[in-house]
Structure formats: structure tokens, C-alpha cells
Write a protein that binds this ligand. Structure first.
Ligand SMILES: [Zn+2]
Length: 488
């Protein structure tokens, strides 16, 4: 290569616009970070790695060819929603125990989804169903709280589905969404401490490493944001179980999410377990996210704020199951990070962040009898950047700014059920719905257009077929000799 050609190549690479850069412009932008909060005529540039490189008002200084720009005139653009707490697996468990609280709902789910009858591949399939469902509702990143591995008999966990973590992981990896995987350590029992615990900690470390390698070697490597731990410790109020999960979190230097203080009838028991964490394990409390956290007392709230623990707020599930309304106004005033989650599509029935935001805001405003108990901007933040902060992914997602992934929703406000728009954030929170989403981009690529996700129909049909087979298997097991009475 001649020197002149070499200089020219260097110049093109170093200075010229990269061919893969794309300009998105003329949008009403709500970036959820920086000022102003709303940019009426905004643009941003996305590079070939799917990250935002520039963002601002008006137009960039350099030129873009016609094939490198997307005109978003008349559209609102917001970051994709983040769910700080999700069980994608529950997507096939909608509508169960429609008038029951958490305990009745878990009992109904455990009967129908008798885990011992699941076959290889079933868990991956129904996880994919839940993941695509959440994506179609505008959730581009979720924290998957993995927990359904238990095989129950007579109200006890007697074993675990082999490869459960791996099937959920693979069900999430391939369909477009980014996720933080909340790994569930297997092998413990609700009846007490499992003597195989040390072996199981080592097994967990090995398995987590293999999941990381699986993602890294796949074409979807950038969809996995992190692997953290999901613990059942507070639910079982089992100190040995809690210690084991915290030991693993410390070894892996990662976060840990626990269901805590959800159902009012379990309050006293769970308060003790939460206090055990915030006192005996205080040096690791900064790793903790409490899921639901509806019924803390003053001591727990003060320690949570002081030690840097977080919470996720799941108003659709809390309302549906009659769990209560957490005092989010107080939590935020105390500096406790709050992220909204849609919880399981079974216990909340819809993975709709718009309904979730309204449900949360309205529960809180009604409880406080004041409309300023929470603002629309606070609610929208809790389902975007706030949720990203709670799951430890705010450096990658949750807002639109240079350096982050270009994961965003294009919304059409030109509809009579949302327009005319007086206050864009107010309109989105108070009147927005998934039907207003025209396109969903992940890493600058349109994954969903006009509500269409290429795999959604096929996965839906496969889940229907799975349910038909599984129902037959459950009915046959119920009638088998020796089946426990509680099964009938
Ligand atoms: Zn949950």
C-alpha cells in the first residue's frame, strides 16, 4: 500500500463519519437524564455497536446520507422501560387464584405447574413467552428473579428441576431484551438447612461461570448485563439459607435480591429475617434489593437508607394480591433507591409498565389523599433510570445519553386517546399505553414495529401446545394411586 493510500485510509477511519452511524432526529425527546427534561426537536446518533454517541437539540454538525437517518417528526422518544423485578416464567400462569392473596396464588400455581412433570425445554419455552410479552409492552431491560426451580410436595420443596437456571437463561437470551439474571442457588429445602450447602455453593459458582461463557460465545453477548443472585431467604425466614446466599454474593462480589415484607400476614416473621440481614450481615447490606418491601417498620427503613440497600416497587402485583401499598413518598424522601417492577405476569397478569406506573401513582396518591405524594416525573423515572440504578445497570441502560445503549421506544402521540399533548411526561404517565408504541429499538435496531415481533406468534402457539400436554399430565398424576390428597 502506498503512503498516500495509507494516509487516506487513516483519514477515513479516524476522521470521516463511520458508515454505520445512524442519525435519529426531529423527535420530541425525553432522555430521563440531564437538562432539559424534554427536548422538543431532539436528535441522537447511534454507532455500529448500538450505543449513543451524541444527543442534543436541533441537528448535529456533520452530514448524514439519506440511508443513515431516521426522521421521527411528530413522535415522542423515551428510553425503553426497565423492570427491576420480573419472573418471566410466570407468563403461562395468568389468571390463577383471581380472588386470592399471595399464599393462595402460590398454592394454585404450584398445583397447576407441578414442576416434577415439566420436560426438558419447557422452562426455556415459557420464559421466552414471558420475555417477548414484556418486550412487546415496551420493557427493553428486565431483572429476572429466578425462583421457580423448586419441586413441591405437600407444601415442601423436595427437589429442584435440573438445568433450571440454564433454561431460564437461554429463554431470555435469544429474543431481544437485555437482562440482569438473578441466579437462584438450588439445593436448599424449606424444612431447614441442607447439609450439601458447601457443595452447592461451589456448584453455583461453576454454573454462573458457565452461563457467562454461554452468553459471551453467543451472538447475543451484549444482552446479558450482569448475573446477580435471587434468594428465598427472607421468605423462609431461614438464617442458614440467608448466610449461604450472602456468602456466595460476597465471593462473586455481586448483588442479591430477596422477596421481603410482601404479604401482610407474614410481616412479623419476615421483619425478623430482614433485621437479621441489616444487623448481622450489615457489611453486605449494600448488595441488597428488597422486592415489594410493603411493610417495613421504622428501624428497618432507617437501616435500609443508612446501609445503602434498595427496593423494587410492584404496584400491579401488590394491588392484585391485596398486599398493600408501600410508602414510596417516604422511601424516596429518605434516599432509598426505588425501581418499578412488573413482577410475574402471573401475579400481576399484565407486564404493562404504563398500567404499572398509573397503578402505583394512584394507590399512593389515594393512600396519602394528596396528588403531590408522587409526581409523574418521579413515576416515569422509577420505571426507567431509577429501575436501572436499582438493578446496577445504570451505566448501560435506563436513559438516553452518550455511552449508553440506544434502547428506546418511539411513541405516536397523534391518537385521540392520548392527545392533544399539553405536558408530554404527564400525558405518557396518565394516558400512555402499549398501543401507542410504534417501534421498539434495542441497540439502535428495530426489534418491534407496529406491535409485531417476528417470533411472538410461533412462541405463543408452542406455549398453547405445551399447556395442553402439561394439563393432561397433571390430571393423570392427580388420579394416580398414592397421589397426595392436597392434589385433588
Ligand atoms: Zn416476585
Amino acid at each position: 500500500m502506498s503512503i498516500r493510500l495509507l494516509v487516506l485510509v487513516f483519514f477515513l477511519v479516524a476522521v470521516g463519519p463511520a458508515a454505520a452511524d445512524t442519525l435519529f432526529h426531529r423527535a420530541l425527546l425525553i432522555p430521563m437524564e440531564g437538562a432539559p427534561a424534554v427536548i422538543p426537536d431532539g436528535y441522537f446518533v447511534v454507532d455500529e455497536d448500538g450505543r449513543i454517541t451524541e444527543l442534543g437539540a436541533g441537528a448535529p454538525e456533520r452530514e448524514f446520507g439519506p440511508a443513515q437517518q431516521v426522521d421521527l417528526s411528530g413522535r415522542i422518544v423515551i428510553p425503553g422501560f426497565v423492570s427491576a423485578h420480573t419472573h418471566s416464567w410466570q407468563s403461562a400462569a395468568r389468571g390463577l387464584a383471581p380472588n386470592g392473596g399471595l399464599t393462595q396464588w402460590i398454592a394454585a400455581k404450584s398445583k397447576i405447574f407441578d414442576s416434577s412433570l415439566l420436560q426438558a425445554g419447557d422452562v426455556e419455552l415459557i420464559t421466552a413467552h414471558g420475555s417477548i410479552d414484556a418486550l412487546l409492552h415496551g420493557i427493553t431491560t428486565l431483572y429476572e428473579h429466578n425462583q421457580e426451580s423448586a419441586i413441591w410436595r405437600h407444601g415442601q420443596v423436595v427437589d429442584h428441576i435440573p438445568n433450571y437456571n440454564r433454561e431460564v437463561f437461554e429463554g431470555l437470551l435469544k429474543h431481544g431484551q437485555r437482562f440482569v439474571f438473578g441466579y437462584r442457588r438450588q439445593g436448599y429445602r424449606s424444612a431447614g438447612y441442607d447439609p450439601r450447602a458447601v457443595e452447592q455453593l461451589q456448584h453455583a459458582e461453576t454454573e454462573i461461570q458457565s452461563l457467562r461463557e454461554l452468553a459471551a460465545a453467543s451472538p447475543y453477548a451484549d444482552r446479558l448485563l450482569d448475573i446477580q443472585l435471587s434468594s428465598l431467604g427472607v421468605y423462609f425466614a431461614d438464617e442458614d439459607l440467608i448466610r449461604g446466599d450472602f456468602a456466595l454474593a460476597r465471593r462473586l462480589d455481586t448483588g442479591i435480591q430477596l422477596h421481603a415484607l410482601e404479604e401482610p400476614g407474614r410481616r412479623e416473621r419476615e421483619l425478623q429475617a430482614v433485621k437479621f440481614i441489616l444487623t448481622e450481615l450489615a457489611e453486605d447490606a449494600h448488595r441488597v434489593t428488597f422486592s415489594h418491601f410493603v411493610h417495613p417498620d421504622d428501624e428497618v427503613l432507617t437501616l435500609t437508607a443508612e446501609l445503602g440497600a434498595r427496593m423494587n416497587w410492584n404496584p400491579l402485583a401488590n394491588g392484585r394480591l391485596g398486599s398493600g401499598t408501600p410508602d414510596i413518598e417516604r422511601y424516596l424522601a429518605m434516599g432509598i433507591p426505588v425501581g418499578l417492577g412488573v413482577d410475574g405476569a402471573g401475579s400481576a397478569d399484565v407486564t404493562d409498565p404504563f398500567e404499572n406506573m398509573r397503578s402505583g401513582a394512584y394507590q399512593l396518591r389515594a393512600m396519602k389523599q394528596r396528588a403531590d405524594a408522587i409526581s409523574v416525573a418521579q413515576v416515569l423515572r422509577a420505571h426507567t433510570l431509577g429501575a436501572a440504578e436499582v438493578i446496577g445497570a445504570a451505566d448501560a441502560v435506563g436513559s438516553l445519553r452518550p455511552g449508553k445503549y440506544a434502547d428506546f421506544l418511539v411513541l405516536d402521540p397523534d391518537r385521540l386517546d392520548i392527545g392533544p399533548i399539553h405536558d408530554p411526561i404527564g400525558a405518557l404517565v396518565l394516558a400512555g399505553k402499549p398501543a401507542h408504541i410504534e417501534a421498539i429499538y434495542i441497540g439502535g435496531e428495530p426489534i418491534v414495529r407496529d406491535g409485531v415481533h417476528l417470533e411472538a406468534r410461533e412462541i405463543g402457539a408452542q406455549v398453547e401446545a405445551f399447556m395442553a400436554r402439561h394439563r393432561r399430565d397433571v390430571l393423570a398424576a392427580k388420579d394416580a394411586p398414592g397421589a397426595p390428597a392436597g392434589y385433588r
